[in-house]
Design a protein around this ligand. Structure first.
Ligand code: AMP
Ligand code: MG
Length: 264
């Protein structure tokens, strides 16, 4: 059986191949992705007209896993006015002076919008856990706190799709090297990337817990093999398209009787 994408049962990350292609071929898949992205653009127009629902896409992954690239691809045909993208960096002093979800809730997309989280509240059980930025008594309670938070969002009209972009350690090396060698990519390189890379196994363990503890039906994790960018972009586009379609979006009914109006 091919490896599942949607995480519904307990998984072991080491059983998943980051270079999996599901038998797809590159050129045909790229074409299919384009079709899906255009459909997403059309569906977004309807979402935008609805003011009681929103879509939240959460992207997580190691450095160079392709979070920026996946965001760019997913949003290729959408109207930028209807998109809220949030990038989560190390928290500021002001953010650290609040509970960990404070900064997150503020940037949840408004109704009618598609929101993309490039990193997210999951950093608070990933980098925070691996680098011991908070004690275990603090981060270990966060899985349940995150589930409660996402449940509140889901019950408030949010469709939540979470994608873990799973690259191999080898592919990360190739991409980080390119950041060192290519002047157009130098700006993306940070010394800290190598510190994180050195903790690869600890991060994989922490990701494993995230996938196994925080994937309820209303806020599923998807494990995206991300060594191949064209596979990554296709799988995300397909899932987002499907989610927007299953929202059964309609054009809102006019608020008043339009038959009484004439435009002269
Ligand atoms: P980048 O995605 O390359 O812009 O890097 C952002 C950095 O911010 C990464 O190294 C993240 O691990 C870090 N970061 C994001 N959220 C948190 C957090 N809650 N606590 C500590 N570091 C974080
Ligand atoms: Mg970085």
């Amino acid at each position: 059986m091919r490896q599942p994408i949607e995480i519904k049962t307990k998984v072991r990350l080491s059983n998943f191949d980051p270079a999996e292609t599901y038998g797809l071929t590159k050129e045909k898949t790229r074409e299919a992705t384009r079709g899906l992205l255009e459909r997403i653009g059309g569906l977004q127009a309807k979402l935008y007209a609805n003011t009681d629902r929103a879509l939240l896409v959460v992207l997580q992954g190691m450095d160079a896993a392709g979070k920026d690239g996946a965001t760019r691809s997913l949003l290729e045909f959408v109207n930028p006015s209807g998109v809220d993208v949030a990038n989560f960096k190390a928290p500021s002093a002001e953010e650290l002076a609040h509970d960990f979800l404070w900064r997150v809730h503020q940037v949840v997309p408004r109704y009618g919008h598609i929101g993309v989280f490039n990193r997210s509240h999951y950093e608070d059980v990933l980098v925070v856990r691996v680098l011991k930025l908070a004690p275990k008594e603090v981060w270990s309670k966060r899985y349940v706190q995150i589930n409660r938070f996402e449940e509140t969002l889901a019950e408030s009209g949010y469709t939540i799709l979470k994608f873990f972009l799973h690259i191999s350690r080898k592919e990360q090396a190739t991409r980080l090297r390119a950041r060192l060698d290519d002047p157009a990519k130098n700006w993306k390189f940070e010394g800290a990337d190598l510190l994180m890379r050195a903790r690869w196994d600890d991060f994989m363990e922490a990701y494993g817990d995230v996938l196994n503890k925080c994937s309820p039906a209303h806020a599923r994790w998807h494990l995206i093999p991300a060594d191949k960018k064209w596979v990554r972009d296709f799988l995300i586009a397909r899932r987002v398209c499907e989610a927007l379609e299953s929202m059964a979006l309609e054009w809102p009914k006019p608020k008043e009787d339009l038959s009484k109006y004439r435009v002269r």
